[in-house]
Design a binder for this molecule. Structure first.
Ligand SMILES: C[S@@+](CC[C@H](N)C(=O)[O-])C[C@H]1O[C@@H](n2cnc3c(N)ncnc32)[C@H](O)[C@@H]1O
Length: 319
């Protein structure tokens, strides 16, 4: 497996809703926190300050090149034990068992980050031509091109609708299938051409590139990003210490729906949601950091002690 080395300073990176995440997690010195989507380590750098001294940070990412960048940015901070683990967060319980860890807090900041989007060798962006791969973990799974050259038109249409809310899903799926009869899709430009051929000029949303929704949907399909997310959320919440908190940041309706349903199930088991409705970023954060625009934060606490939960919950709401 080849690891793409990316210069970390090339990515000025502001983690999304960091103050809200920290408030929900309420980390203290000595706590153990799991960053299940380490990325560039933006949130983790804040966690380190909160759990120092004596704390433990476990950072997971399924993308080895992100782990390399995060390792470089985080280094070996004094007073904190750090474990970097190449893993899917859907296998988090196994990783935690290996280190005999029961976390006080877990963050899942879903999706992907700018370093991954902007790397043309990954084929995630439509802005530069590159191989239509899109996999986050290139050690497993099927590249997006192979998937689109194999799936039935109905399966492509369903994916574009479900994961991209793409109104032109049927027309785009039809163009993909027509095209692959002559020549299989190989590059990102091949997919962009299918989208442009399918959506009439006058019907295009002028605020975003016509291929935005299709690329998002195909990326989610190629990585099976939402498959097993519900179970992963439930397992993560159950792995917490009593009083511990799971925070999830999601970025589109398909993700948020799964988080909402998983949390409702956990509430029936006795977990407590910090807010019934998801919390969004402040206007000033959206102005500063466009990526936060669609973020939704949901947080849930594992506790058998209702009093300590109520205390924590009222602290959270009043801030
Ligand atoms: C939005 S970024 C996280 C950014 C991070 N919070 C920061 O501030 O730098 C999401 C990260 O999660 C990783 N990721 C997405 N799905 C994953 C999964 N199922 N298992 C492990 N990592 C995953 C991606 O590779 C990406 O690096």
């Amino acid at each position: 497996m080849s690891v793409v080395m990316i210069e970390p300073r090339a990515f000025p990176h502001e983690p999304v809703m960091v103050q809200e995440v920290l408030r929900a997690l309420s980390l203290k010195p000595g706590d153990c926190v799991v960053d299940g989507t380490l990325g560039l380590g933006g949130h983790s750098l804040h966690f380190i300050d909160a759990i120092r001294p004596g704390g433990t940070l476990v950072g997971l990412d399924w993308d080895e090149s992100m782990l390399a960048i995060a390792r470089d940015r985080i280094g070996s901070p004094s007073g904190v034990t750090v474990h970097f683990i190449h893993s899917d967060y859907r296998e988090m319980t196994m990783a935690l068992q290996e280190y005999s860890i029961k976390p006080n807090g877990i963050l899942l900041d879903l999706g992907l980050n700018s370093a991954q989007i902007e790397d043309p060798t990954r084929g995630i962006t439509f802005k530069q031509n590159g191989p239509l791969d899109m996999r986050m973990d290139r050690t497993r799974g099927e590249p997006a091109a192979a998937l689109l050259n194999r799936l039935s038109p109905q399966a492509i249409e369903d994916g574009l609708l479900e994961y991209g809310d793409e109104r032109w899903a049927r027309a785009i799926a039809k163009k993909i299938v027509e095209r692959r009869k002559d020549q299989p899709l190989r590059m990102t430009d091949d997919l962009v051409e299918c989208v442009l051929a399918a959506i009439p000029f006058g019907a295009r949303d002028k605020r975003i590139h016509p291929a935005t929704r299709t690329f998002q949907a195909v990326r989610i399909m190629a990585n099976s990003e939402l498959e097993g997310l519900d179970e992963a959320l439930e397992n993560a919440a159950r792995a917490l210490k009593p009083g511990g908190c799971l925070v999830v940041l999601s970025y589109h309706s398909g993700e948020d729906r799964i988080v909402k349903n998983a949390f409702s199930k956990l509430v029936e088991e006795g977990f407590h949601q910090l807010e019934k409705k998801p919390v969004g970023p402040t206007e000033s954060e959206v102005r500063r950091n466009a990526r936060s625009r669609s973020a939704k934060l949901r947080a849930i606490i594992k506790t058998s002690d209702k009093e300590s939960h109520h205390e924590r919950n009222s602290n959270y709401s009043s801030r």
